[in-house]
Design a binder for this molecule. Structure first.
Ligand code: NAD
Length: 485
């Protein structure tokens, strides 16, 4: 039986609150589509205002006893969850493809990546270290301890439906926080599958509550407006992030924001061009270009731009496009109709402002929300397409003449998440890395994500970090105790 059938038959397409599966209080359901056909895949309960209140009650009720569990116990739950995810890698990957569309091999990669957050935070759970020092005046001891921030709201996007969830659930569990997870309404099934798996791993009822809802703008303010919620960890667009920062201000809730990006991919004239193409294809095509760290602007030195573009065009042309579950497919569909329309609009904007299409440019396959791998050349630095977060398989190429130019172009955006630099001279690549305003830089590589690395952005790409020890600290508060003895 497929995992999708298992979820449907066991009632796990409902809301998960306080360890129980239940329908939305008003009976509403979300229609989840298969992006490779645009047909309905399943329906999932869509939480309403009353359900949001019930989820807050459940998370608040479980907080005290959960915070009191031994760190080792929380670590063991995470390790059991890690093992269960690896054991069930194939069925989880299939589910991710069904609701999100990516190629099966990539989905298997996502399951492994998602599970790694549990393994990493199983280690971090037992390393919640504090400090003790003597005050400079010698009058007291300064003791600093870290305690769980409390019930947290986790909001995730659709592009990595498992990994974006475990990247938040892992550190929240390690820290001793209870939580409400609101997954994206395009991809709630993977989150619900995780809910079931976490219960099997021994997570107590009420620690993880899952509230799919296609009425986010109604239910989220109810959750954030409740004094008992102490943290919101959001991954999604900068636009929604701004709204949530506004909501969070009302109750002065702690925030962690992983927002949009506009990653530059800089290729210097001394770079190994073949290696840069390999990196470019990963940075552009991984997840169909639907990644916050996807290369969004190729900035190539004018001396190598023709060769780079020729090779990139060849590589993009050679990709096998199709439904993610089909053998050998490298590029699946986009998530939905709006995403497909956005791609067509990006090409229109680019071409309308003087650039050329060297391959692709159209939707290609039908039915489903497909878009052809596309390369845009002759993209002037002021072409408005460079200001858009493309979020799909379109690669605009712009040229530069000096490192200063490249740095200025790279920094000419409100975003500052990921960036990439290719050069044969490591000192030069380091100089550029230090000069560009980004939270993350890949030098001579197109893949940077790692659960052990601090992931996050500067400028309007976000606040805070996920992964590494930093990700644990987001779910902790520091308490200072002044003591005499
Ligand atoms: P989105 O902002 O539309 O939605 C993200 C989540 O917020 C979803 O769960 C959605 O239901 C919810 N949401 C939407 N409107 C809301 C509202 N008014 N109030 C409360 N919640 C609301 O983003 P998306 O389309 O799901 O994902 C794509 C975006 O996410 C891109 O901009 C991408 O760069 C970003 N992203 C960032 C990271 C990162 O780590 N920085 C990772 C993945 C995706």
């Amino acid at each position: 039986m497929s995992l999708l059938d298992e979820l449907t038959n066991s009632g796990a397409t409902q809301l998960y609150i306080g360890g129980e599966w239940r329908e939305a209080s008003d009976g509403n359901r979300i229609d989840v589509l298969d992006p490779s056909t645009a047909d309905s895949l399943a329906t999932v309960a869509s939480g309403a205002e009353d359900d949001a209140k019930a989820a807050v009650d459940a998370a608040a009720e479980a907080q005290e006893s959960w915070a009191a569990t031994a760190p080792r116990e929380r670590a063991e739950i995470l390790m059991r969850a890690f093992n269960l995810m690896i054991e069930r890698k194939d069925t989880l990957a299939e589910l991710v493809v069904q609701e999100m569309g990516k190629a099966l091999g990539e989905a298997a990669g996502e399951v492994a990546y998602a599970a790694e957050f549990y393994r990493w935070y199983a280690g971090e759970a037992v390393r919640n270290l504090g400090s003790i020092s003597t005050a400079p005046g010698g009058d007291k001891r300064i003791i600093a301890i870290h305690q769980p921030v409390g019930p947290s709201l986790l909001i995730t996007p659709w592009n990595f439906p498992l990994a974006m969830a475990t990247r938040k659930i892992g550190p929240a569990i390690a820290a001793g926080c209870t939580m409400i997870l609101k997954p994206a309404s395009d991809t709630p099934l993977s989150a619900l599958a995780l809910g079931r798996l976490m219960a099997e791993a021994g997570l107590p009822d009420g620690v993880l509550n899952i509230l799919p809802s296609n009425r986010s703008s109604k239910v989220v303010p109810i959750i954030l407006g409740d004094d008992r919620i102490r943290m919101v960890s959001f991954t999604g667009s900068t636009e929604v992030g701004r709204t949530l920062l506004g909501e969070a201000a009302k109750t002065v809730v702690k925030t962690a924001m992983e927002l949009g990006g506009n990653a530059p991919f800089i290729v210097c004239e001394d770079a190994d061009i073949e290696a840069s193409i390999e990196g470019a294809m990963i940075a552009k095509i991984r997840n169909g270009g639907q990644s916050c760290i996807a290369a969004n602007r190729f900035l190539v030195h004018e001396a190598v731009a023709d060769e780079f573009t020729r090779q990139l065009t060849e590589a993009m042309k050679g990709l096998k496009v199709g439904p993610g579950l089909e053998e050998g497919v490298e590029l699946g569909p986009l998530i939905n109709q709006r995403a497909q329309d956005d791609m067509a609009e990006s090409v229109e904007v680019a071409v309308g402002n003087g650039s050329q299409v060297s391959t692709g440019g159209g939707t290609g396959r039908s039915p489903g929300f497909f878009f052809e791998p596309t390369v845009l050349t002759g993209v002037a630095p002021d072409n408005p397409v460079l200001g858009r977060e493309i979020f799909g398989p379109i690669a605009p190429v712009t040229t530069f003449a000096s490192d200063d130019d490249a740095v200025a172009l790279a920094n000419d955006t409100i975003y500052g998440l990921a960036s990439y630099v290719y050069s044969g001279d490591l000192a030069r690549a380091m100089r550029i890395s230090e000069a560009i305003e980004y939270g993350m830089v890949g030098i001579n590589r197109g893949l940077i994500s790692d659960p052990a690395a601090p992931f996050g952005g500067v400028k309007q790409s976000g606040v805070g970090r996920e992964g590494a020890h930093d990700g644990l600290l987001e779910f902790l508060e520091t308490k200072y105790i002044a003591a005499d003895w």
